[in-house]
Design a binder for this molecule. Structure first.
Ligand code: SF4
Ligand code: SF4
Length: 125
């Protein structure tokens, strides 16, 4: 009986630890996404020409996963169609930095780099 209680307690404790890990991971993603958004705004402000040049090397297509639109906080203009594809409610007037994501090979949210449909050749900066 004591052994069973001890096993259950260990299981519960492991679940708590796992939840804490998941929470820490989410907080980490949220904070790095906020920092990244600030960084790309500043970079765009000071390097507009370079950004508009580098984006000409972008290949691939947007897969409309919508992940970049809620990398930190979900954008109020983000919706999904009946097929689960993202829709921007202000598509024609969306902010320039939305259209320019990702604008070079370093301009990816860390956790979205591999899943984004847009690609850059390595060393294309
Ligand atoms: S993460 Fe990439 S593929 Fe997904 S919506 Fe954004 S630009 Fe498109
Ligand atoms: S304005 Fe549109 S493209 Fe930009 S983050 Fe919001 S939903 Fe995405």
């Amino acid at each position: 009986m004591t052994e069973l209680i001890s096993k259950l307690e260990t299981k519960k404790w492991n679940q708590v630890v796992q939840k804490m890990h998941q929470l820490a991971h989410r907080i980490d993603i949220f904070c790095s996404a906020i920092l990244f958004q600030g960084k790309r705004r500043i970079n765009y402000f000071f390097n507009k020409r370079a950004v508009h040049h580098s984006i000409t090397k972008r290949s691939g297509n947007c897969l409309r996963c919508g992940r970049c639109c809620h990398a930190s906080i979900k954008c109020q203009h983000l919706e999904y169609d009946e097929n689960g594809l993202s829709l921007c409610k202000v598509y024609d007037q969306k902010p320039i930095l939305c259209s320019l994501y990702p604008y070079n090979e370093t301009d990816y949210f860390d956790h979205l780099r591999d899943t984004c449909g847009y690609k850059y050749e390595e060393g294309s900066l």
